[in-house]
Design a protein around this ligand. Structure first.
Ligand code: GAL
Length: 709
């Protein structure tokens, strides 16, 4: 086997084993970027210059061809592969890998004009004009056929190419189309789900406002007044993208069964249920752009990114995953496009690695000369040399990553705690008129459901714990504590699963807005939390109150509570009126009309316990509660020291032991007391013990020299 074939073989096995055990050793994390040589065909020197620069950077790989359809097929049926052959060959010759993209993320102009049905139609029935991107109709048979043919042709041509490491399927699949094809497909999807109109009408409570459907063809794709229609529409859109993705992979998998496929996720994107997508791809990959907007605060930004990383780890089943896109400096599409402050870029990269990433790719390698993204951050600037601040910064990160080879192919340590994140619950809550909501789009949509999950993740992290983010389908038995913030939609099956978890000794934490509806968004009858959760939590939640901005209710811990909480706290926004039905009180309301009403409760079984937090608590109050858990249940902390707000320790397994990553996400320097714990920074050899000053945005990758008490 030649050197490159051997590397290729190794590389493929590595990817294929992301989700499995018995993984071979690899020495480098994958490090690279989205690269668009198709845009530079008239600049013959650029490819060679880029390869030189990639080697100088320490890059291993690039994602190529993401938006290159017109360069690959300039006219219908006329394929041009010369430029890509050349790129693939040069990459192979230099020992670089290609994550070869299928180009479905944007349609060629000739195709879009000839086949208007491939363009999306909006809710008002207007068809998009050609142009833009990420805007094909996912139901269009023509587009699916065109994509299949293109992918088959790429797989036939490059399937055995030594540079090919991975298929990068499409790009950030998302969005919705309301064309006649999609409408008919939605109606057929509903028919398969409900079988009879009677079933559908009952599940949708269609009697309300005369919405009873008497023919499948009457069902629209959009009606905000039918909340289950909205929920089912999102389920359908998700299924359409998934079936589009499977269609893309079909010919590729047939021709290159040994080359893994991924598609790049977008964090918690509103309309994609990535738990389902994760089951169909070989490697989890994610794009993330935490915005360096100080108005939000560096800690808030970092903890959201941390949550997303933990979710990718959850999707990978604790195996490593790929960070497929991030910005090395600023983006160009934010309301504020600040450059990353010194150390922030490095910190963001190491944060991903600490949470399980073993690939770091940027968007983008080289700034395009024109077009929408010409001012988006890139490793290589328009200036073109390696002299730029960003290039040097990336080269430094590249060398840090090289030193991290020991984490490769190691499972991430399992946390004691898992937080459930469920798209369907989020969709159902957002579709229901009532709960206050803010469904702004973007990588971190600030809706009420996501907000609850993030605040609990933050409190758990600040209490010194790691948490995996999992789906309700995950195996709970791996965890000591399951936190299900605002899990609004609960099926009978899930309620039974929670009961079994607590029966077997688990600690369950539920919160306000738990168990209000069943899987068709119909309210549970017989009192909230519905199904068997009322008995499990030992409470009845009679009413929910939404407060005005600025209103607060004091939270008074019950004397002698088992969590040892004693500081008076604050609740805001949402308060439920809880009645005890067997549970003990951990804290009560201390003001307004709820005085003495239970706010935090515990219902114990012989082995486990179910806690309920019937109010939105401010971060300090929630933290006090989780600190109580850590000591009451002796949960394992990443390091034994107490860390100030915004300082986080994470562990990763290495081939020979473990590494501790220590981050200060604050804009300011902070001092911490590591007490007896002794850590050695593996890059600087600095010894960290006792009182330590952590510079703003600093990151340390450490070996443990001595475990503190
Ligand atoms: C991503 C997209 C890339 C690029 C990037 C800019 O969402 O996948 O192609 O546009 O945003 O930040």
């Amino acid at each position: 086997m030649s050197f490159y074939n051997e590397r290729q073989w190794l590389c493929r096995r590595i990817f294929m084993n992301y989700k499995k055990k018995g993984i071979p050793k690899q020495t480098h994390l994958f490090y690279g970027a989205d690269y668009n040589p198709d845009q530079w065909q008239k600049y013959p020197d650029i490819l060679e210059r880029d390869i030189e620069l990639m080697k100088e950077l320490g890059a291993t790989s690039a994602s190529i061809g993401i938006f290159a359809w017109t360069s690959l097929e300039p006219e219908e049926g006329r394929f041009e592969f010369g430029w890509l052959d050349c790129v693939m060959d040069r990459f192979a010759a230099e020992g670089l890998f290609v994550f070869l993209a299928t180009p479905s993320g944007s349609k060629p102009m000739w195709m879009s004009e000839k086949y208007p049905e491939i363009r999306r139609v909006n809710q008002d029935g207007a068809r998009d004009s050609s142009g833009g991107r990420h805007n094909h109709c996912p139901s269009s048979c023509i587009y699916r056929e065109k994509v299949s043919l293109m992918n088959r042709t790429l797989a036939e041509r490059y399937g055995k190419h030594p540079a090919l490491a991975l298929w990068h399927i499409g790009n950030e699949l998302s969005g919705e189309c309301h064309c006649a094809n999609c409408k008919a497909s939605f109606q057929a999807w509903l028919r398969a789900r409900y079988v009879t109109l009677e079933n559908l009408n009952e599940s949708w409570w269609s009697n309300f406002w005369n919405h009873t459907f008497t023919d499948w063809a009457q069902i629209p794709t959009y009606d905000h007044s039918i909340d289950c229609l909205e929920l089912d529409w999102l389920r359908f859109v998700n299924d359409q993208h998934l079936s589009f993705l499977k269609n893309e992979m079909a010919s590729i998998r047939e021709l290159t069964p040994d080359v893994p496929c991924t598609t790049n996720f977008m964090c918690m994107h509103l309309s994609n249920n990535y738990w389902e997508w994760a089951e169909h791809i070989d490697v989890i990959s994610n794009d993330i752009y935490p915005m360096p907007d100080d108005r939000e605060g560096s800690w808030a930004r970092s903890i959201k990114a941390d949550f997303v990383h933990s979710m990718m780890r959850g999707m990978s089943g604790g195996k490593s995953w790929m960070q497929m896109e991030c910005a090395p400096s600023s983006v160009n599409w934010g309301t504020v496009n600040k450059l990353k402050r010194p150390r922030v870029h490095r910190q963001e990269i190491l944060q991903a690695v600490a949470n399980g990433a073993d690939t770091i790719h940027y968007f983008q390698w080289r700034k395009s000369r024109g077009g929408f993204e010409k001012f988006h951050g890139a490793v290589v600037d328009h200036e073109g040399s390696s002299d730029s601040r960003v290039f040097k910064d990336c080269a430094q990160v590249g060398s840090d990553l090289q030193a991290l080879g020991s984490v490769l192919q190691q499972d991430c340590p399992k946390a004691d705690i898992a937080i459930i994140y469920e798209w369907e619950s989020r969709w159902a809550m957002n579709a229901s008129c009532g709960p206050k909501k803010d469904t702004s789009l973007g990588p971190f949509p600030a809706d009420i459901y996501t907000d609850a999950c993030l605040s609990h993740y933050e409190a758990v992290t600040s209490s010194g714990q790691s948490a995996d983010v999992v789906s309700a389908r995950s195996d709970f038995s791996d965890y000591r504590m399951i936190i299900a913030p605002s899990l609004y939609m609960v099926s009978e099956k899930l309620a039974r699963k929670f009961n079994a978890f607590v029966e077997s000794g688990g600690i369950l934490v539920g919160t306000y807005l738990t168990g209000y509806v069943d899987p068709t968004n119909l309210c549970w009858l017989g009192g909230f939390p519905g199904s068997s959760l009322r008995q499990l939590f030992g409470i009845w939640n009679e009413e929910i109150d939404y407060l005005c901005d600025g209103e607060q209710v004091t939270v008074i811990p019950e004397e002698g509570n088992n969590l040892g909480c004693y500081t008076e706290g604050v609740a805001f926004d949402i308060i439920e009126r809880i009645h005890l039905e067997g549970a003990d009180v951990i804290a009560r309301a201390g003001s307004d009309c709820y005085i003495d009403s239970p706010l935090i409760t515990r219902n114990s079984t012989s082995k486990g316990a179910a806690y309920y937090i019937g109010a939105k608590l401010d971060s300090g109050t929630l933290l006090e509660f989780y600190r109580g858990f850590v000591s009451a249940y002796d949960l394992i902390q990443s390091v034994s020291a107490e860390l100030p707000l915004g300082v986080v320790a994470r562990k990763r397994q290495t081939a020979s032991g473990e590494l501790v990553f220590l981050f200060n996400y604050n804009k300011e320097e902070v001092s911490i007391d590591l007490e007896g714990l002794q850590l050695r920074d593996t890059l600087t050899e600095e010894l960290l013990t006792g009182a330590v000053q952590l510079a703003s945005y600093s990151s340390h990758i450490c070996e443990v020299v001595r475990i503190g008490s």
